[in-house]
Design a binder for this molecule. Structure first.
Ligand code: COA
Length: 376
């Protein structure tokens, strides 16, 4: 009887719903957001425009963008209560745990938490989007014994993030590389964290709850945590000339190579060429080619030996490192971007909601009597 039931472990190949937010086309290694190729968005728009696009289905015109930027800038500041909570976090807490907890706290403070009407969810999504970078930056600085830096409403989204983390805004090439990474990380159909966020939203829980669930799912090294794992791996390899030997030893142990492979793309991740281009820009800006040279050897040998291509985390890891970010900040940066995709999906889920509740094929004991304690 059980043979007739098609159990798809990992939900491989399962269409769980319809969506108009983005489309992955593995056969051509391409990805579109609301119909626009992600590479074109990287070259012809910026992350703020893409956030608007994901939420509204169209790119903003100049007036819409200006109004959105004004709103975002007005909502960046963290409350004194949240700043106090951040100060009490353990100094060695992982920044992913810090941002997860900070957004959970924001949910308790938000005046509209319980209102899950479309209009209120949009307003709350914008507030989460505006405040998350400030929370990531403040938690980072506090963990290093430094005071948080208040957001600067005169600065655009990406520039303001660098300002809050480092106290300065870097060269425009660095901002562009960061902006591109934020666009590329923003959305990717029904990945694990987005599906987690949609599942939570489907219970009619609020958007802060859905984002907190998304962050929890993103943390793992098989998902967003891979960008940190990639950089740890690259640092373990003493130099590009020993990278091939290092990798072959890993093959001998059948170990995973971080930043490679993808559930949907089997012949290349659409986002990699663009991110690689900007990681190389970063290597030029900093004058340090070690990470990109080591990466090139790993990518060549993985393809030759395993037919496995790199995913977005592979070039994003060294790009963030070259921008000067501490490794544990990489996945929280991914959070600041993916908040847009998660919340766009939450809005879509609630617009035509049905509780997400799959089945499991039971393989445990047949029903049996509870034995008396003396008989166990
Ligand atoms: N390193 C080594 N082998 C890998 C690999 C990797 N990064 N990714 C996949 N493979 C191997 C698998 O072990 C499997 O081999 P097998 O058939 O001998 O068992 C084969 O390739 C097929 O992979 P599969 O397990 O079907 O892929 P999946 O769709 O279940 O998993 C990932 C996809 C992303 C979880 C997986 O590729 C992975 O763990 N990658 C490393 C982590 C990472 O970079 N995550 C970020 C994703 S964007």
């Amino acid at each position: 009887m059980s043979e007739a039931i098609d159990v798809r472990k990992g939900l491989v190949g399962v269409y769980a719903d319809e969506s108009s937010v983005s489309k992955v086309m593995p056969e051509t290694n391409s990805l579109t957001y609301r119909g626009y190729a992600v590479q074109d968005l990287c070259e012809q728009s910026n992350f703020e425009e893409v956030a608007w696009l994901l939420w509204n289905g169209e790119l903003p015109n100049a007036a819409q963008l200006a109004a959105f930027q004004k709103e975002e800038r007005a909502n960046r500041a963290l409350s004194p209560a949240l700043l106090r909570v951040l100060r009490d976090f353990p100094k060695d807490a992982h920044p992913m745990d810090a941002i997860r907890t900070a957004i959970s706290f924001m949910g308790m403070e938000d005046p509209e938490t319980a209102d899950i009407s479309d209009a209120a969810q949009r307003r709350k999504s914008l507030r989460i989007f505006a405040k998350a970078p400030a929370a990531v930056a403040a938690a980072h600085r506090l963990s290093k014994g430094m005071e948080p830096i208040a957001p600067d409403a005169a600065l655009p989204f990406c520039e303001n993030f660098f300002h809050m983390v480092f106290g300065r805004v870097p060269a425009k090439e660095v901002i562009k590389a960061f902006d591109v990474s934020m666009i590329l990380y923003a959305e990717h159909t029904f990945n694990a964290s987005t599906f987690a966020a949609r599942t939570i939203a489907s219970t009619m829980a609020d958007v802060h709850a859905a984002v907190v669930g998304g962050i929890a799912a993103l943390k793992g090294p098989l998902h967003g945590g891979a960008n940190e794992a990639v950089m740890h791996m690259l640092k373990e390899i003493p130099s590009p000339d020993v990278a091939e030997a290092w990798l072959r030893e890993r093959f001998d142990h059948k170990a995973l190579v971080m930043g490679f492979g993808h559930r949907v793309y089997k012949s290349g991740d659409s986002r990699v060429p663009t991110m690689k281009k900007y990681a190389e820009v970063m290597a030029d800006v900093v004058g340090d080619k070690r990470w990109m040279n080591t990466s090139a050897v790993l990518a060549r040998v993985m393809l030759e030996e395993k037919r496995i291509h790199p995913n977005l985390d592979f070039p994003a890891g060294p790009a963030y490192y070259l921008m000067g970010f501490d490794i544990p900040m990489f996945t929280p940066i991914f959070v600041c971007s993916r908040i847009t995709g998660w919340t766009a999906h939450v809005l879509e889920q609630l617009a035509d909601n049905r509780l997400i509740r799959p089945l499991s094929l039971y393989t445990g004991e047949e029903q049996r009597a509870v034995p008396a304690m003396s008989a166990r």
